[in-house]
Design a protein around this ligand. Sequence first.
Ligand SMILES: N[C@@H](CCC[C@H](N)C(=O)O)C(=O)O
Length: 280
Amino acid sequence: MSIEFTKYHGLGNDFILIDNRFSRIPIISSEQVIKICDRHFGIGADGVIFALPGVNGSDYTMRIFNSDGSEAEMCGNGIRCLARFIAHLELECKNQDQYRIHTLAGIVVTQLMPDGQVKVEMGSPRLMAGEIPTNLSTTEKRIINQPLRVGEKSWNITCVSMGNPHCITFVNDVENIPLEEIGPKFEDNLAFPQKTNTEFVQVVARDYLKVRVWERGAGITLACGTGACASLVAGVLNDKCDRIATVKLPGGNLYVEWSKVNGQIYMTGPATMAFTGKLP
Ligand SMILES: N[C@@H](CCC[C@H](N)C(=O)O)C(=O)O
């Protein structure tokens, strides 16, 4: 039986989406994920996303696997793509523009906007060292602007979990960061028992951040939704930015807000279908 897939991207962060609504177990294995994500011998993608049936009152469940076959708890660009994919699958059955999606990081609510963008209620950031998780410690148990030795130098880092781990460091010129060289050293640093995503953030203005990302399990990507949210949170915690900002990534812009009223993070951005196909 060949399996149909649809390729989507959110600002160039690209995913293979699979309709898994009729089984509670992903219908392809981690080994197959690695194969189909390969950009030379496969379809090519930063990850694979499965749309599974909902649990506990949610409409659907999202499972996301990175291109190295590891499973992640959450994916910001991916969940926007999933919302569009679900709307496409449901066409003519339902006329819904909001979905409650169960993820390994909890329930996330997506809203299809009239202009084609997708707004996502991402939940609240988690800041305690054990929630990241990191084995770094401070008296107040949050890791904000703390030194960490990575490679040849000491970096001041802030740790934020958006359900998945993020390590954020502020730099003067994000274009000058040797991402390929330093990214893996952050990802595999012993301070992060479940590895980490890493964001290098240049504050251009209090409402404008320029970010480059090294993703756990995927390497350099053109954008990272959870990374954009984590960068804004780190910016607020370090008093470098406001609670609403445009986050410019190599693939384009995301709009992120950390609500003072309910502590939720809202992220808005595009989700684009590229093509469909069948796995052999
Ligand atoms: N690109 C994603 C995050 C995907 C998962 C990440 N690599 C991890 O392992 O946590 C996003 O847009 O958030």
